[in-house]
Each structure stands twice: as C-alpha cells, then as structure tokens.
Ligand binder design. Structure first.
Ligand code: GAR
Length: 196
C-alpha cells in the first residue's frame, strides 16, 4: 500500500465537506490522510467533529490578530507545515487570503466553491443563481490563486435548477455534489502530482 499524502483541511464552520474528506481518508485505499484540521473560528462545529474523530485540530482565531492578516496567515502556514501536510484543502474556510499564503501553497491549495465558476463568485451563490434564472447550478473545485474564487478549475459538478427551488433546497442538492466531488478530485490531484 503506497503512503498516504498528509493534507491539512481549513474550515470556518459546519465542516460537512471536511467530514466528506475525513470519511474518504478513513478508507485504506484512499491516497490521503488528514494531518490537521484548522479553523479560524473557535466556534466552528467542524472542529468538534474532527476532534471527536481523533484528528489533530487547531484554532487560530483571526480576531486575535486584529487587522494583521499577514501575521495570522504566518501562524496558519506554520501550523500547516508543522503537521507535515503537503496539500491544503480549503473546505468552507471563509477568509480572503493574502498573496503570502497563496504563494506558500501555489499549486498545492484547493478550494471548493458552491457555484459553477466563473459564475457567481463570492457569497450567497444559491440566491444569485436563482435570481439570474440559470438552468443549472453546482460547485467547483479549483486551485487557489490571488484572485478570490479564481484559479485553474480542476472539476465541477452540476444540478438542474428546479421550478420550485428555494435557495435552501438548491444549496442542499449542490452540497450533496460537493461531498462527492471533493474527495474524488483530491484523489485525482494527488495521483496527478505523484504525491501518493
Ligand atoms: C460549502 O458549501 C462550500 O462550498 C462553501 O461554504 C460551504 C461550507 O460548508 N465555500 C465557499 O463559499 C467558499 N467561497 P461546510 O462547512 O459544511 O463544508
């Protein structure tokens, strides 16, 4: 069995994508293992989920750094490196990154976004999709670059927008896709980089 690639998962809240990655990583044939779950918010539910599952967790609260984004990111970067992670998966990490952290992990940091990028970057993507009247909506996994929700797209998954959709219903159907897509794309990317 080849060695599993250590990954850090960065979250800010619920952590359902983290859980999907956690479940995938628990399979013996999956090419990654989680070396750290890190949150910028102490109240992130996902931190408890990860802790209860026996994973190393850490909170580096951005509020303690005031406006000094760089120092916060330096601490985050150090913690990721100390864990031995070779890749970083942003999974609902709701911080805009500065070029510092982006450069540290160029080509090694993935993000999941709940829209078919380049459509609907930013927040409230499901509301925006309904308002725009699109027929299909979905999620994207991309590499992180300096622009917010930009960067080379690795994969997307889509669902039809139904006539009676609310933002909540649409979000739930997209989330199901997110949970399937992220583990699959991460495994493919590890294979592509020949890390495993
Ligand atoms: C997910 O829908 C993810 O795509 C989104 O936040 C949610 C986190 O949920 N990410 C972004 O909007 C990033 N721009 P989760 O904590 O349950 O995984």
């Amino acid at each position: 069995m080849p060695q599993k690639t250590p990954i850090a998962v960065l979250i800010s809240g619920r952590g359902s994508n983290m859980t999907a990655l956690m479940e995938a990583c628990s399979r013996p044939d999956y090419p990654a293992r989680i070396s750290l779950v890190l949150s910028n918010r102490p109240d992130a539910i996902g931190l408890k989920t990860a802790h209860d599952a026996g994973l190393p967790t850490l909170c580096i609260d951005h509020k303690q750094y005031g406006k000094d984004r760089r120092s916060h990111e330096k601490a985050v970067d150090e913690a990721i490196r100390q864990s031995g992670a070779q890749l970083v998966c942003l999974a609902g990490y709701m911080r805009v990154l500065t070029p510092f952290l982006v450069q540290q992990w160029q080509g090694k940091m993935l993000n999941i976004h709940p829209s078919l990028l380049p459509a609907f970057p930013g927040l409230h993507t499901h509301e925006a999709a309904l308002k725009a009247g699109v027929q299909r909506h979905g999620c994207t996994i991309h590499l992180v670059t300096d622009g917010v929700d930009e960067g080379p797209i690795l994969a997307q998954a889509s669902v039809p927008v139904l006539p009676d959709d609310t933002a909540e219903r649409l979000a739930a159907r997209v989330l199901e896709q997110e949970h399937q897509l992220y583990p699959r794309v991460l495994a493919d990317y590890i294979t592509k980089l020949n890390l495993a």
